[in-house]
Design a protein around this ligand. Structure first.
Ligand code: G3D
Ligand code: MG
Length: 176
């Protein structure tokens, strides 16, 4: 039986791969022709942590157009943790991370656990390095987080990103 029910948010600029990451995580597939996220999708998945303990995540995936005040308060309310995503092939999406983090902390609480995900790592061999990945790692660590490079396309590190977030949420709750 699951002892934890955790609301987890996907945050980050449009088209960084938020919906693709959650689809990969939940259905283990990469869909190339789904619709843009409209409104908020809430998907549920049980995650193992710490041996045989189970947490139930409800993962909130919001469309880029939906970030208006009225929905924003509902989105952030009661959130336990955030997967904060940028796109390793577009520097601007990394530049916006600090703004996202400020908003997350304002609406969801100063100490909310998050994992910083650099998604589309599969594209680096084509487009080269457009952001300083060491700087991303240092930034995450300075903000009491961890930096993980993912690909919703190949599936690399997607389980790890959600798993690490779950562990960090539970650890923060048990006061360790
Ligand atoms: P969003 O939910 O953050 O807005 P989406 O982003 O999940 O809708 O993804 C935006 C685009 O990036 C999609 O392409 C999607 O296929 C692509 N994408 C997402 N994750 C990855 C990844 O890890 N690697 C690669 N190569 N592409 C990815 P389209 O062409 O449909 O816009
Ligand atoms: Mg989406």
């Amino acid at each position: 039986m699951s002892s934890y029910k955790l609301k987890v948010l996907l945050c980050g600029a449009a088209a960084v791969g938020k919906t693709s990451l959650v689809q990969r995580f939940i259905k283990n597939r990469f869909a190339t022709n789904y619709k843009l996220t409209v409104g908020v999708d809430i998907l549920t998945k049980d995650v193992n942590y710490d041996g045989d303990e189970i947490a139930t995540l409800s993962i909130w995936d919001i469309g880029g157009q939906q970030r208006f005040e009225f929905i924003r308060s509902t989105f952030y309310k009661g959130a336990a943790g955030v997967l904060l995503v940028f796109d390793l092939s577009r520097a601007q999406t990394y530049a916006e991370i600090r703004k996202w983090l400020a908003e997350i902390r304002q609406f969801a609480g100063e100490h909310i656990p998050f994992v910083l995900a650099g998604n589309k790592v599969d594209l680096i061999e084509d487009v080269g390095e457009v952001i300083d990945r060491e700087e991303a790692k240092r930034f995450a660590e300075a903000e009491n987080s961890i930096y993980i490079e993912t690909s919703a396309k190949t599936g690399v590190h997607v389980e790890e990103a959600f798993g690490e977030l779950t562990r960090r949420i539970i650890k923060s709750r048990s006061g360790q």
